[in-house]
Design a protein around this ligand. Structure first.
Ligand SMILES: Nc1ncnc2c1ncn2[C@@H]1O[C@H](COP(=O)(O)OP(=O)(O)OP(=O)(O)O)[C@@H](O)[C@H]1O
Length: 566
């Protein structure tokens, strides 16, 4: 196959020479046009669109073309022979003579005029616009003959000076033909490699975008998204903000409310930095609408541990911090989840994903756990039936083989199979209830008040001493979560800077009453009525699945059926 080549000649005489040279050229399919500098740009663009393989041109013109096309551009050099020819020609002219041009011409010219002691002066310009003024000055200084490129000749004609165009000879043309062939072959090989790599990349990985460090896009390929889920300027900001980006994983919500996982990798290729962003959808629920909540923990969670009881608990955690199987036991709201996030942070220092899931949902989870999830927190284990507990043990055995820290959370240990919670590999941490660590109430209160002030702009910044004492006296059946929730309600209500006892007392009393009414109402009536109420309650919790209800109550299905009929 012949190489389709366009020669953009900056002057007409070159066309004749090329016509002559083409007789000896077999591999190039040569076309020719005359155009100099700016005029050459549209010609070159058109040639690229028409499927030309290579462009050949000369000097400033080829430089301009190079910037606007993606096909190889070959420059016809001004050779020493060209220079010798023009100087020989000029030598016989009488009067003052000068060569004017860019350094690609003038360096060689100066060397020859010095060596051969030819009385011709050499002037170098850096920009095309300098030529006209320079030639005008030379005329005033008495120069009669000017040599140079096409622009120099135009200026000479304009100022009525004699001019000789430095033309390229046969050797320079043949050298350019030779270069065109070898560069074209190299370009072809590279294009082939790029096409192959692109198709491999498209098959092997999708939903990726590659940016260079200035934010410009080098490659993208999407299958699950219509385009990049984040605007490109956000990605650029991301690159600039994070200085150590390698395998950085994060989770975010798109404008369409989809949860998306983003993984960023940094690659350095020939001293250029590139960033590969890969996206995947994090399905937070499966067909049964079971939720797995995935997030990043980018800051070390603050754990208040003023009390001796909580200090012991934290010591145990710190001592075993790199362990990958944990059992956190504590009543509702004691901080089990927060502690699991603390363990996750200590193990991964903000990298990797943290996920939490209720045990019942884990049993129904249809997918593999995402490999970027480094910690899996499993709670609500106590709501499972004995059969489900067995299933959970099998799932956990499987999960233990993954590169994953598992944190089991329990509010009570009774009725939990030993196989699940008496595994030697488990680090067991008992989290004391708030009543058993009253020394934490004061710092927790201060911490929550400051956090609400900072995060939601509430005005309270201090507690009255009698209000604090009230909090320290209360038994807190809902533990830290309940303390936090009461303080939250109170600071939203209080518009002053100081939170007093009166308002708090009102909320604490409400909590006490609520607890009493629930218990009292639930336990009122005969044994038969209470039993019925319990069955109804469990039926609600188990979605009216009678097999599971019977399992939980430890009775067989026919007994349950009979009791329901009563
Ligand atoms: N020691 C602590 N220091 C600071 N904040 C805490 C502490 N313990 C708990 N909290 C806060 O109290 C609230 C309840 O904690 P968390 O959800 O971790 O409890 P939990 O034991 O997992 O609750 P549940 O058993 O109901 O799932 C959270 O807002 C948590 O940040």
């Amino acid at each position: 196959m012949r190489i389709k080549t366009l020669v953009i000649a900056p002057y007409q005489a070159m066309i004749h020479l090329i016509e002559d040279c083409r007789q000896e050229e077999q591999q190039l399919d040569l076309y020719m046009k005359v155009a100099n500098l700016q005029e050459a740009i549209p010609v070159a663009k058109e040639a690229e669109d028409e499927g030309f393989d290579v462009i050949i041109s000369r000097g400033g013109t080829s430089k301009l073309i190079e910037d606007v096309v993606n096909i190889p551009v070959i420059d016809i050099h001004v050779s020493g022979y060209d220079m010798l020819r023009v100087l020989t020609l000029a030598n016989d002219f009488p009067g003052k003579k000068a060569i004017v041009g860019f350094s690609n011409i003038t360096l060689g010219a100066k060397a020859i005029t010095d060596l051969l002691e030819i009385p011709i002066d050499v002037f170098t310009v850096e920009k095309a616009i300098e030529v006209d003024g320079l030639v005008e000055n030379l005329k005033q200084e008495g120069y009669e003959l000017i040599m140079g490129d096409v622009i120099t000749m135009d200026a000479a004609t304009k100022h009525n000076l004699e001019g000789i165009l430095i033309q390229s000879g046969r050797e320079a043309i043949f050298e350019a033909f030779h270069k065109a062939k070898s560069i074209y072959r190299l370009h072809q090989r590279q294009q082939l490699e790029i096409t192959l790599l692109r198709s491999l990349l498209e098959e092997a990985s999708s939903n990726i975008i590659v940016l260079s460090c200035d934010g410009s896009m080098a490659y993208q390929h999407w299958t699950d998204f219509e385009g990049c889920p984040l605007p490109l300027n956000k990605l650029h900001e991301y690159i600039q903000e994070k200085n150590n980006l390698n395998n950085d994983v994060s989770i975010f919500k798109t404008s369409e409310q989809q949860m998306v996982k983003q993984t960023v990798k940094r690659k350095v290729i020939e001293a250029q930095e590139y960033y590969l962003f890969q996206y995947s959808l994090v399905t937070t629920h499966n067909a049964h609408q079971q939720n797995i909540h995935v997030e990043t923990i980018s800051q070390q969670p603050m754990i208040i541990s003023n009390s001796q009881a909580m200090k012991r608990c934290m010591n145990l955690i710190e001592k075993n911090v790199n362990h990958d199987q944990w059992l956190l036991i504590g009543s509702e709201g004691t901080g089990k989840k927060l502690l699991s996030q603390y363990i996750h942070y200590k193990q991964n220092y903000g990298q990797g994903l943290y996920a939490s899931i209720a045990a019942g949902s884990l049993l129904l989870l249809e997918r593999e756990i995402d490999s970027d999830i480094k910690t899996l927190y499993i709670n609500e284990i106590e709501t499972l039936s004995p059969n489900e507990m067995k299933k959970l043990t099998t799932i956990l055995d499987h999960l233990k083989m993954e590169n994953l820290t598992i944190v089991l959370s329990l509010t009570k240990e009774e009725e939990i199979p030993h196989s699940l919670i008496y595994d030697n590999d488990l680090v067991r941490v008992q989290i004391p209830s708030l009543q058993d660590r009253k020394d934490d109430i004061r710092p927790l209160t201060t911490y929550f008040i400051a956090a609400f002030h900072g995060q939601i702009g509430t005005s309270v910044i201090k507690m009255k001493e009698d209000a604090m004492e009230l909090l320290e006296e209360y038994s807190w059946p809902g533990n830290v979560a309940q303390l936090r929730s009461i303080l939250h309600t109170a600071v939203l209500e209080e518009k002053g800077y100081v939170l007093g006892k009166k308002l708090l007392q009102q909320y604490v009393e409400e909590q006490k009453e609520e607890a009493n009414t629930v218990d009292k109402e639930f336990l009122s009536g005969t044994l038969e009525t209470i039993e019925k109420r319990i069955i109804e309650h469990i039926m609600e919790e188990e979605n009216h699945n009678q097999t599971r209800v019977a399992e939980r109550l430890g009775i067989n299905r026919s007994t349950l059926w009979r009791k329901l009929k009563q």
